[in-house]
Design a protein around this ligand. Sequence first.
Ligand code: SF4
Ligand code: SF4
Length: 330
Amino acid sequence: MLNTIHADALVVGGGIAGLQATVDLADQGYQVALLERQASIGGKMIALSKVFPTLDCCSCITTPRMAAAAHHENVNMFTYCDIQSIERNGDGFVAHVIKKPRYVNESACTGCRECEYACPIHLPDAFDYGLGAHSAVYVPFSTAMPQKALIDIDHCIFCGKCEKACVADAIDFTQTAEEFDIEVGTIVLATGFETTPWDAKKEYGNGRFLNVVDGMMVERFLAPTGPYGHVLRPSDGMQPDSIAGEIGLRAPSPKMIVQTFGGGLLMGFGAVCSSGCNVGHILSGVPQLSLGSIVGGASIVLGAWIMAYLMFVRPQQVKARQERAAHAHA
Ligand code: SF4
Ligand code: SF4
């Protein structure tokens, strides 16, 4: 018999949309089960630098909502969990959930990261889109919630150094997956999006050009919490002379970094450039860019202004002049 948890609502996804839905429902007195497949809530938003057009800090927007959801008396938060199935249950639903093993006792772990410093294995960090590294045992990122470690068991060599370093005795290699059910009246799906892999498009070189990066990688370059604090060329770790976002680009110069855009979302835009994202990236990245890129960004803004003038302002002026002429004739 599986353990069953009861709630009014199940929110699937601990990104910004799921967090806001969770807090809104919980503030109204509903019991909410918040479920996230990653080891921390925060989603894509917590990995971003600043949001266009106001350039508000993404951490400043996201972390209060993470804390509000995690500590709300009406919220039961489940991280590192996958939904196996959802079935109708009378007027509501029952979700079958698997909690993946962290190999760390969550109630004992204090998030001190001593295990991480002791671990000899270093792996590409998924939170930094492979631009940085973490140990085989790691806390997902500096503002992760919960601030608890987990072990990448596929890459662990079982040297035992983390066990020795952990004064809380929280490392537990005997942990196994746990299954349980969540019975709810309603479900909010806030599962977010995935970007197209940066090496998946032939027009961007299918991964042959190391300096072609996707939008989320640029965000990690620009974010204060990013691995370097600067935009650096993946090919040689140097600052690029220029940064470009281009559809149908030519083979990139080795001194250049190219941000892919358009076709960036698996769900949504497909192969069509949304224009706005690119302007946003360029503008929010201006302090990091060279003169050529600033001129490029200014050209886009000027172009957009001229288009808006021709489409909206100019027709109004012509119409007003015609009305004045008609009035004068009358
Ligand atoms: S597992 Fe132990 S050493 Fe690692 S973060 Fe948790 S308490 Fe600290
Ligand atoms: S046992 Fe595994 S996780 Fe722990 S320190 Fe060794 S390699 Fe790292």
